[in-house]
Design a protein around this ligand. Structure first.
Ligand code: BG6
Length: 471
């Protein structure tokens, strides 16, 4: 791997920080989401109700532990840390004219701490977190006014942190708006609304906001690199029957229809044809085409947890479970405890697929294994299953780079310090290299413990990936 390859870990403010009302922070859409489980979904409540537990309110308490956590990252040799800024710490309601100084100070301290150890921050501006006030008052991204609110927020932080941050990502998993519209876009769609119209109009506004932010980022500092971020794992045909092959091919296109716009600067003909088919009439202002064109991203980042299988669903056949969406079960793969299919080779295929399509540098900003770890009395956690998962994925990534020639900026494994699951709100779905003593209901000391994977990852980074070949 290249010497400057960015090895690291990733998190999101709402899943790790806690301190949900500290220093003037406003409520975000995740602050009104209850906990769930493998079996039951999280609920979005009307305000904060006493009968529920809201796991994001305390996350893993990164807000108080950030120095300790960053020291642990440094000990592992992290070259970068992907994190997000909580919009609600900077603009608590989202429509203020001036940012909240206390919120700005918090992240400045985090960046200073990272700088101390030469850890490059990779900052997502919106990771499943937006001010609740914008949802209640303006209808969220349905409303074009939110574009300006987002740009104001992004400008405030890009200006303030211009000496600290080079890598920016506008929206986490922007294409998830199609499957789980609440997470990336704060959308709760009413029964009498045209679902597709709402989703794609909101996505259009997010794309405009993203493009405007890219342009501003380059003006603020020409060294800034801004990326899109897509949820993506390649789709396989179930058989070589042309119908299955076509379905897999078109599903790949469906997934990337929105990120395409961030990369090419315009909607693909395929995407526009889908809108027509789905009765979506995008409301576009005359200047929109130019805005999109002027705000193309510099790199394509993505999350990879699993591949998917497409084909005709047989009667009674269950779908695989997965990250937001899933296809048919792939009989050649094992599942994790939450039913997500594990496919390291799929990562290599995905890297090739994305690079063939986009021809810009790629960045794997999420990948990892959610599992129920056991903390032993002596403070150890023997997570050989996580080591195995990471090792197999990283080997495929290495092949994509070294044998297939894919230009890759870095790899940040998801949830390096245990945090709250986005999908289920559980704490016991752990991804970390560091264990955090907290249960699904917020009980625990929040003390940090190094898992076996911590030492393994440290050695792997130290060898710049060469140790992968020895095992
Ligand atoms: C990605 C999100 O979809 O998957 C993360 O960007 C999330 O925020 C991750 O945590 C893993 O999903 P989950 O539901 O296991 O937390």
């Amino acid at each position: 791997m290249e010497k400057n390859f960015l090895w690291g870990g990733a998190s999101a403010a709402n899943q790790c920080e806690g301190a949900y009302l500290e220093a003037g922070k406003g409520l975000s859409i995740m602050d009104v989401m209850t906990n769930g489980s493998k079996e039951s979904k999280r609920k979005i409540t009307d305000g904060i109700l006493p009968e529920y537990y809201y796991p994001n309110h305390d996350g893993n308490r990164f807000y108080e532990h950030y120095q300790e956590d960053i020291a642990l990252m440094a000990e592992m040799g992290f070259k970068c840390y992907r994190m997000s800024i909580a919009w609600t710490r900077i603009f608590p309601r989202g429509d203020e004219e001036r940012p909240n100084e206390a919120g700005l100070e918090f992240y400045e301290n985090v960046f200073k701490e990272l700088k101390k150890y030469n850890i490059e921050p990779v900052v997502t501006l919106s990771h499943y977190e937006m001010p609740l006030h914008l949802v209640e008052e303006y209808g969220s991204w349905r409303n074009r006014k939110v574009v300006d609110f987002f740009v104001t927020y992004a400008e405030a932080v890009m200006e303030r942190y211009k000496d600290y941050v080079r890598y920016w990502i506008t929206f986490n998993e922007i294409n998830a708006v199609e499957f789980m519209p609440y997470y990336p876009a704060g959308l709760v769609i009413q029964e009498d609304e045209n679902r597709n119209q709402v989703i794609y109009q909101a996505a259009h506004h997010m794309l405009l906001a993203s493009a405007k932010v890219v342009k501003r980022a380059h003006a603020i500092n020409p060294e800034n690199k801004v990326g899109c971020m897509a949820l993506f794992g390649v789709n396989y045909p179930r058989t070589c029957h042309p119908d299955d092959v076509l379905k897999a091919e078109l599903t790949n296109q469906d997934f990337l229809g929105i990120p395409d716009v961030q990369i090419f600067g315009y909607y693909s003909d395929y995407q526009l044809a889908q809108y027509k088919k789905k009765n979506v009439a995008l409301v576009m202002n005359p200047e929109d085409a130019d805005i999109l064109k002027a705000g193309k991203v510099d790199f394509c980042s993505f999350s990879y947890y699993m591949s998917m299988v497409q084909g005709e669903q047989r009667e009674g056949e269950p779908l695989a479970k997965g990250n937001m969406v899933a296809g048919l079960e792939n009989p050649y793969l094992e599942n994790n405890e939450w039913g997500w299919q594990i496919d390291p080779v799929g990562l290599r295929i995905t890297l090739n697929h994305l690079y063939q399509k986009y021809r810009i540098p790629l960045f794997i900003v999420e990948n990892g294994l959610g599992a129920e770890d056991v903390l032993l009395e002596d403070g150890s956690v023997h997570d050989e299953y996580r080591i195995d998962y990471l090792r197999r994925h990283l080997l495929e990534m290495k092949k994509a780079v070294e044998e297939d020639g894919v230009p890759l900026i870095g790899y940040t494994m998801w949830g390096c310090i245990d945090l709250v699951s986005a999908g289920s709100g559980e704490m016991k779905k752990r991804y970390g290299l560091v264990y955090v003593d907290k249960d699904d209901f917020g009980n625990g000391t929040y003390k940090r413990y190094k898992k076996d994977s911590f030492y393994w990852y440290k050695e792997m980074i130290e060898s710049n990936g060469e140790s992968l070949l020895e095992e």
